[in-house]
Ligand binder design. Sequence first.
Ligand SMILES: Cc1cc2nc3c(=O)[nH]c(=O)nc-3n(C[C@H](O)[C@H](O)[C@H](O)COP(=O)(O)OP(=O)(O)OC[C@H]3O[C@@H](n4cnc5c(N)ncnc54)[C@H](O)[C@@H]3O)c2cc1C
Length: 614
Amino acid sequence: MTIKTIHWSNESRESSLVNVNTTTPSTPSPRHERLLSTSVLVIGTGGAGLRASIELAERGVQVLAVGKRRKHDAHTTLAAGGINAALGTMDPEDSWQQHAADTLRESYFLADPAIVEVVTKGAAQGIADLERWGMPFAREDDGRISQRFFGAHTYRRTCYAGDYTGLEIQRTLLRRARELEVPIVDTIYITRLLEHDGRIFGAYGFDIVDGTPIIIHADAVILAAGGHTRIWRNTSSRRDENTGDSFRLAALAGGKIRDAELVQFHPSGILEPADAAGLLISEAARGEGGILRNALGERYMEKYDPERMELSTRDRVALASYTEIVEGRGTTNGGVFLDVSHLPRETIFEKLPRVYRNMIDLQMLDITQSPIEIAPTAHYSMGGVWVRPEDHGTGVDGLYAIGEASSGLHGANRLGGNSLIELLVYGRITGADAAEYVSGIETVHRSAEAVAVARNEMQALLTRGGADHTAATSESPRLLQRALREIMTEHAGVVRSEAGLTEGLAKLDALEERVARVSAHPDISGFDDLAHAFDLYGSMLAARATLECARERRETRGCHNRSDYTEQRDEMRGNFIWTPDEGVTFEAAAEAPDSFRELAHAHLDDSVDGKLVE
Ligand SMILES: Cc1cc2nc3c(=O)[nH]c(=O)nc-3n(C[C@H](O)[C@H](O)[C@H](O)COP(=O)(O)OP(=O)(O)OC[C@H]3O[C@@H](n4cnc5c(N)ncnc54)[C@H](O)[C@@H]3O)c2cc1C
């Protein structure tokens, strides 16, 4: 037997982690499995996972953080605009109550008020933590942290670090994690959580570089593995990000998914080249005076929001562009044009330098001369794993979910800048709670059967189609991912309908049959193909949850537009909860507490005027 048990300690160093048992199997078997052991396993090394790991390490609890892509390049690094907290550095009238009210209102009253309260009350502490660890926030001349206006906020409360807020947060958290010697292995793909009798006892996965299957024994698991926006064709997520892994890992372990249908579409993602499709053109381009035109040259926002035109809200602009495209006034590529070429060149170089550089790099397009072809792009999962407000426990003992993997803060529309602060607030709270939970555990029951299920699933992918994987019936994960993204784009895009969603589900059933024949082909470059196969599994489950919940939400609210139910409906003010076995159930939303309910209703504008539908 080459099985080896490692007991992690906070003294462990990264280098000692990756060199253990590097046998390279072509097919995993128990004989080759690597066995790791820790008190708390954190899945995800973006902002949420790192913040939770830091909390655990600071409390002296054994923690291991794993990720499937480079920790220095987690999705969190893409965040640009900023992170919210009612610090009142610029507008002293601001308060956590007003921040909570803005969040609830922007969520179209679907957010869990208890989660909103925890985040907005804890936000200042989140910023203070970052500050203490050396985050280079933008500051005023007198040293105050600068705060800027973001859409739908009553006051200036968004802190930032230039155009690179997410990158600086990631760097700050990595630096602190390194100081605490948190073991981080960013080449482990988790394929299943290990659960017995409603309690988590670890996870199963593999090393993406050498394919070694890995069992991780853990008393608690914190899931911080992102959302599911990569299941649409145009998306601001890169190839192996946000593929729905969190949804599948939680759901197969007994967790629930909430509001999978609530996905924010950003108005402006580029269309080409294919591998960069969905990359965002900053909203600053519209803010600086960019003009939207359809393929006929018409400035179409005149029809949808004549007062605010291109400065209309994100969901309205996305809906307007989408409507132009589906009604046949889009470009041949299925886009519209965003034109900044009339702006002074200095404005473009000063205010939109990243956009200018990206477009030169990716398309050799000079935006001072030519318009940019764009289309709405899937950007943020507001829905996700169902969690309790107090600790983000999932209802499965020892399993927590945080960050974009979780749900409850954003409802039907996310207040810009709230995602990053959520990572900081619940990373801290969940880390603390998990520390307490594991300290109270006396016995752990492990199930050989649960391990066998995970092991067999991986083996099946590697052996299906025969040793050379050339059987005519076997399917390629990458091709099926593409097929899935087409289904979601066509049937669950910016505007949905009962007929379209039902058709999408029928296509998903057919695709499911092909997915059952998927095989993975590791090659000399590593086990990426196995990762793609599991990405596909996660995406399939996330797609089903999304389509089924979207069909049940028979109303138009926030990001969710139904062409057959164009009004917001009071009886639908609640959350759709999905599990693989029980499908969709409905939970009415809770009322907000007195402390911010009236404030939230004070600006109530729930009309859907201007939201044209197909
Ligand atoms: C262009 C852009 C701009 C943005 N701007 C802002 C902004 O200004 N303000 C704001 O608040 N928000 C913003 N956001 C949103 C915000 O960046 C994200 O919601 C947030 O960073 C998510 O962090 P996370 O830690 O939850 O997940 P991520 O950063 O996505 O990390 C997920 C982690 O999980 C790991 N993982 C996934 N699956 C597995 C698996 N199966 N096994 C092992 N590991 C796995 C990944 O490797 C990764 O380490 C922006 C997003 C984008 C794309």
